[in-house]
Write a new protein. Sequence first.
Length: 367
Amino acid sequence: MAKCPYCDFNSHVAASIDQNRWMRAYLSEIDRIGAETQGRVLNTVFFGGGTPSLMQPELVAAIMDRVRATWPTANDMEVTLEANPTSVEAGRFRGYRDAGVNRVSMGVQALNDDDLRRLGRLHSVAEARAAFDIARTTFDRVSFDMIYARQDQTYDAWKAELTEALSMAVDHLSLYQLTIEEGTAFGDRYARGKLRGLPDEDSAGDLYFLTQDLCEKAGMPAYEVSNHAQSGSESRHNTIYWRYGDYAGIGPGAHGRLTLNGQRYATDTDLAPTRWLTQVESTGNGDRSRTALEGVDQAGEYLMMGLRLSDGISMSRYAALAGQPLNDNKINMLQDLEMIQVLGDTLKTTPNGRAVLNAVLRDLLPD
């Protein structure tokens, strides 16, 4: 197992894992948060971060058993597990399915062996295809991730690769532009001038609009900036984030947003797995912090998350959170530029606006 050079997510490399010790910690945290949120209906569970597909199916089963015993669950509860192609085995996947997992998200990233190596991925295209075939025959819902705007990637090469990905896809694709983040191996190389062949802004924009066009024609339009799905197959779990709903974050590096007694809180946990584990064992509480969010902070988060969705946001909900409406002059300016659209109470970005979402947000957020 290794950490990819472009990744700024919380992932760590370990030689061995005490699955029973982790199980006790996860169950303890489910009990703690369950006591605070009794009676609420649980709609989704997401096993993400690092490589959850290295977890023993028995650990996933124990977590799901405790989840069902703790909260009333939706009849159509979505349970997603992230997997890397290098850690996929048919027997293990059947074990996850039997434990209650009904959706898998796979980190394929590229359909080109040279680019997979450049991205630091440990699998080949052949291994990715084999893993995808196992997932497709085991689960009804399967998504996979691809990265574009890679080094030396041409418009025609991405067009051919995305066409191939769409021919494989079941119901969902996550398509991310390669971004260079500080603190990653790619970020360090870029700072030293050693990361060559990255597309310029115009070329990256062309690849973005090509992606939107091909996915739309294939019946998998964008419902979020980087996510494409057949109608009804959107990631329900991630949509909770974007619609600014409540979610509990359990495990190292997990973030949460919980409304308790009328107050919304932001929670986070220690990034280091061993420190998180020790904290749960010694204190019975895995949170590193729990911060009460003021209305204006909630409004800002709602705007930033909600405008990622093609559905957009409710302007009245924003105003209720912020204590004031969005600026009419800024809305009119962005409408004139065809970056946003207003339909009744709904404000949403246009395809052009989603391509430059950060700029749109800078204009709409209060100074």
